[in-house]
Design a protein around this ligand. Structure first.
Ligand code: FAD
Length: 137
């Protein structure tokens, strides 16, 4: 089955607790490996920006699971495309934390200098994520 890439933004909900990012990453890395999903997650204490890549069936399935997660809300799909190769194939779920989301980089892709993926187009979001690859953990 061919590959797709989905990029979405979301916001932490009232249910989000300190330490939840670690458990989200642990689940993501275990489950994504089994599903053949790769990608990247950015988080700055308020907003999430995530890219999911894999077969259409796998990406749609995990997106449905993530959509039902009460730890975030206001999910907005920024891009959904068929792709011929993965951009984040080395990472089951690479993570970029707030300290790596620098003002200069935000100004390159958004109208404000703080990380707010709701103010970004899908293409800008993908370019930002690509620029941040070197910071992935
Ligand atoms: P487990 O890994 O066994 O769950 C681990 C622990 O997480 C549970 O004990 C529980 O404390 C907590 N937990 C699990 N689900 C919820 C929930 N809905 N609400 C509150 N606490 C919960 N999952 C992926 O598999 N891949 C991803 O790429 C991915 N990205 C995510 C991105 C974001 C922004 C968020 C908020 C969640 C993401 N998740 C991802 C998590 C996903 O929503 C599910 O929680 C997860 O897939 C459940 O995995 P599991 O059944 O193996 O549960």
């Amino acid at each position: 089955m061919f590959l797709v890439q989905l990029i979405y933004a979301s916001k932490v909900s009232d249910m989000f607790l300190p330490g939840d990012v670690e458990s989200i990453l642990e689940s993501a890395r275990n489950n994504n490996k089994a599903l053949g999903i790769t990608g990247m997650l950015c988080f700055n204490s308020t907003y999430f920006l995530q890219c999911l890549e894999g077969s259409r069936a796998a990406v749609n399935k995990i997106f449905n699971t993530i959509s039902a997660d009460s730890r975030h809300d206001a999910m907005l799909i920024l891009a959904y495309s068929e792709i011929y190769k993965r951009d984040f194939g080395d990472w089951d779920m690479g993570y970029v934390s707030e300290s790596k989301l620098k003002r200069k980089l935000m100004l390159k892709y958004a109208s404000t200098d703080t990380f707010n993926p709701f103010s970004m187009q899908g293409e800008s979001a993908l370019n930002l994520l690509s620029d941040l690859k070197s910071e992935l953990s």
